[in-house]
Design a binder for this molecule. Sequence first.
Ligand SMILES: [Zn+2]
Length: 321
Amino acid sequence: MNRRSVETVKKRKPTTDSLSSVFDVHVHPIRTVISAKSLVDEMDRAGIIKAVLLSLDLDPKILYSDLKLREEILDDLWAYSYFINPEQILDSMTKILQTGVTTNKYTAEICKMYPDRFIGFGSVNPRGSKKYVSSTLNEILSLGLQGIKLIPTLQFFHPQKNKNIKNIFKFATKQNWPILIHTGKDPGPFEIHTLRHVQYSHPRFWKKAIKRTKAKIIFAHLGGYGVSDDESWINSALEIAKTNSNVYLDTSAVTYALEDPVTVAKLRDLGFERILFGSDHPVVHGTSMDHSKKIIQRSPILTEKEKQMILFENANLLFTS
Ligand SMILES: [Zn+2]
């Protein structure tokens, strides 16, 4: 082997063998919880070669500054007020918002540190003014981020009633950005089903907006985290995906569903080419990226081909097309 070919071998990038590679489309680089370096270490342990990092544009002061919203939430908590203090719930919601904030700038910064490993999604809070939304979308663009995350639970908006959704979808379509939409409950106080913003996270509220867009849409948590007792959530996500070929579902926080024959039959009916692996790391307590990946790898009811598609091939195609 001559000197030149040695250099060529050294410079060659790690192989992206689809039999063993994993692509994680749902990761939270929450600054106070995990560093960029620890995220990469966690990915290495799990054999994850690429991960989509999600920004979260949240307003931690909102439950004290927006009195109308505060009243709505207190109203939604009324049924619980005999045994829990609603003020404490507002407090605990605020703590989640404070912890969850992940700025577009920070996501862009760590994507630049590991350009081969991370793809960054920006976040814009649709509850903001038209001007705010427009300047945040331009910020996301100028930072070189490549998609958008929306989350009705923590951003407190209704997908059909919010006036900015149309423009966000338009902008994303123009930039060829996928839009990852949180569906279902969220941890802690956001598990309370009487909260209207938990109910607004039902996939059915996105039907009209999706019908009008060519942007690729990813429904997180297979249509609904924490709502496995109500099949209408996953059924609605699947129904929208069946009539719109640009719609995908990710497995984040619900990977165990890939061991359930009834859910797997439903996903197979849609086609596994629309299912993407997501770990939701590090927000699902007691799990690791490796653990989430292994649930899929070891599922006795998925074929080897289906596992490869979910764990790598589908996301790889989505982000290279
Ligand atoms: Zn998440």
